[in-house]
Design a protein around this ligand. Structure first.
Ligand SMILES: Cc1cc2nc3c(=O)[nH]c(=O)nc-3n(C[C@H](O)[C@H](O)[C@H](O)COP(=O)(O)OP(=O)(O)OC[C@H]3O[C@@H](n4cnc5c(N)ncnc54)[C@H](O)[C@@H]3O)c2cc1C
Length: 320
């Protein structure tokens, strides 16, 4: 068994993938855990502490080269070593790299993989992903290796790690110069808390009539020390909020202690993104809305009547 490779743009994503790899190894899938990184990427010491036995360190990229240009170097090494499984974080760049490397290895790729199991009885790897807009789960058991998977950030919880553990470092050769150049880097404008890390998520749905009314939801998120998120229609159709705040099948997965859906109907594609929430609370004027079937707590009522009262009550409780 030639092991499990992981590649992620951000440290927290790399640690989640290492945790997924550790669970597979603990279940009996042989081999070692190997992380691929580059100067400016997740740090080798963090990867080692989180369980990577070896770190494959790419050289710095030439000026204006995109991250994706590392593809040929990773592919060349993977061709030589033939890892069993390569896990990529399912970001735009991770998906791009994974698909090119899968093609180069002539290997299968499970995109949007949200569960991985090693079946020690049959000696098979089982991978799961959602199908038909989240209405069905597809289970894939590959019988040829290597195999690749892209894993949405937030799918696995990171492990605790051990700072005394160190990975051996092996340097990979520089990739050929890519014909693509990066002209400009601009940080994304972000207002408020990071939704994926937030303990409390307030999610606005199409029940809001006007963009300015979202102030109620933002206010509630701020009062509770949480983050504001939305359903897909609000980001993709109305463009009231940025796409990276959209929770669900085509957005992000969140695992807060408390999720509050306001004017959210609770379609399966949205609920997929809150499966890891500890407590789900819903405010909806339609008592038949599907979100109530998924909710631990529900308020049947008009959000325009409920939210001002809720905010007032919270502010009174918080007042000295
Ligand atoms: C392939 C595919 C992928 C998708 N991916 C995603 C995804 O990632 N995320 C996502 O969210 N959706 C996704 N969708 C869309 C999804 O199917 C739903 O259409 C969407 O989640 C509905 O958003 P909503 O709940 O905001 O709107 P609606 O379904 O229109 O629900 C609005 C709710 O607000 C309530 N309401 C209205 N007015 C008030 C009021 N004044 N007070 C209280 N309640 C009120 C209504 O009763 C209703 O239940 C996807 C769809 C497909 C086909």
């Amino acid at each position: 068994m030639a092991g499990i490779w992981i590649f992620a743009e951000k440290t927290e994503q790399a640690l989640e993938l290492l945790q997924a790899g550790q669970l597979l190894l603990a279940a009996g899938m042989g081999g070692e855990l190997i992380a691929v990184t580059w100067p400016g990427g997740p740090r080798p010491e963090d990867l080692g502490a989180a369980g990577a036995a070896e770190v494959l360190l790419l050289p710095p990229l030439a000026d204006h080269q995109p991250l994706e240009s590392y593809g040929p170097s990773i592919l060349e090494e993977a061709r030589k070593v033939q890892p069993n499984l390569l896990l990529f974080s399912s970001t735009a760049r991770g998906k791009d790299l994974a698909s090119r490397i899968a093609e180069g290895l002539n290997a299968g790729l499970c995109s949007g993989c949200n569960a991985l199991h090693w079946n020690s009885e049959s000696g098979t790897l089982e991978m799961e992903r959602l199908l038909y807009g989240g209405a069905a789960v597809q289970r894939i058991a590959p019988f040829t290796f290597p195999v690749l998977a892209t894993v949405p950030p937030g799918t696995f919880r990171r492990g605790t790690g051990n700072p005394d553990r160190e990975a051996t470092i092996r340097h990979l050769p520089a990739p050929p110069v890519s014909p693509v150049s990066v002209l400009e880097h601009k940080p994304k404008e972000r207002k408020g808390q990071d939704v994926m890390a937030a303990k409390i998520v307030v999610c606005a749905g199409r029940g809001f009539e006007k963009p300015e009314d979202l102030a109620f939801a933002r206010n509630l998120a701020d009062t509770l020390g949480g983050a504001l998120a939305c359903t897909r229609p609000l980001s993709e159709e109305m463009h009231w909020l940025p796409e990276d705040l959209c929770i669900g099948l085509s957005g992000i997965q969140v695992k807060p202690d408390l999720y509050i859906g306001i004017g959210v109907s609770g379609q399966v594609q949205h609920l997929t993104g809150i499966r890891g929430a500890k407590i789900v609370c819903a405010i909806n004027r339609d008592e038949q809305a599907p979100i109530f079937a998924a909710a631990d707590l529900g308020i049947v009522g008009d959000l325009y009547a409920v939210l001002p009262r809720l905010l007032q009550a919270l502010n009174e409780t918080a007042a000295p």
